[in-house]
Ligand binder design. Structure first.
Ligand code: HEM
Length: 162
């Protein structure tokens, strides 16, 4: 196996595959609350980068829904983290934030989308990943759209599966 690049060593705790331990909860003022399952993969090939794929499914029908993939980089000699993300909805984003202990707090800095993306368009995203003392990983996502201020959209916890 290739050694983890020291530039991303502070993110080693993310590496591997994570499965949600119970369905995540999705909500937003304009939609019907829903439940979903999700698998996260974080890997590396020795570059100063973590590669990731997030695949979400409908909790009951198991149909594939939301998918994201991308890269994580760290600014050398700082706790500054950047996520470079592509989503199957036609959205691409840069999120930046900080690593403090085993928590990542991220804000979107740049969003772009395909010309025929579904409306309403998302205008801002805030995300938190936290490795909890019980070894579970938690992700929460809030977003603002054309019509709604920053409000929670997703909350889910995962257990490491490999
Ligand atoms: C709805 C964005 C992740 C499932 C929406 C809406 C937006 C959005 C803008 C429309 C809200 C409205 O109509 O007012 C995002 C963003 C995500 C994300 C930016 C990631 C950062 C996910 C994930 C799932 C999911 C992981 C899991 C399955 C849904 C569902 C709806 C929805 C079921 C309602 C039905 C629909 O509009 O398709 N999302 N979403 N989303 N999202 Fe997400």
């Amino acid at each position: 196996a290739v050694e983890l690049n020291p530039a991303v060593l502070p993110l080693e705790w993310l590496l591997g595959t994570w499965e949600c331990d119970e369905p995540g909860e999705g909500c937003f003022p304009t939609i019907k609350p829903f439940r979903y399952t999700e698998t996260l993969h974080f890997s590396h090939v020795g570059q100063p980068v973590i590669n990731f794929m997030f695949n979400a499914f409908h909790a009951e029908s198991k149909k594939p829904l939301h998918r994201e993939c991308g890269f994580i980089r760290m600014q050398p000699a700082t706790n500054r983290v950047a996520f470079i993300i592509a989503q199957n909805s036609g959205l691409v984003e840069i999120e930046e934030g900080e690593l403090t202990a085993q928590q990542l707090t991220l804000q979107s800095r740049s969003l772009a989308r395909i010309s025929f993306a579904k409306k309403p368009h998302v205008q801002q995203i805030c995300r938190v990943f936290q490795l909890r003392p019980d070894g579970k990983l938690e992700q929460t996502v809030s977003m603002a759209t054309d019509s709604q201020p920053l409000t929670q959209h997703l909350q889910i916890t995962y257990r490491r599966s490999s």
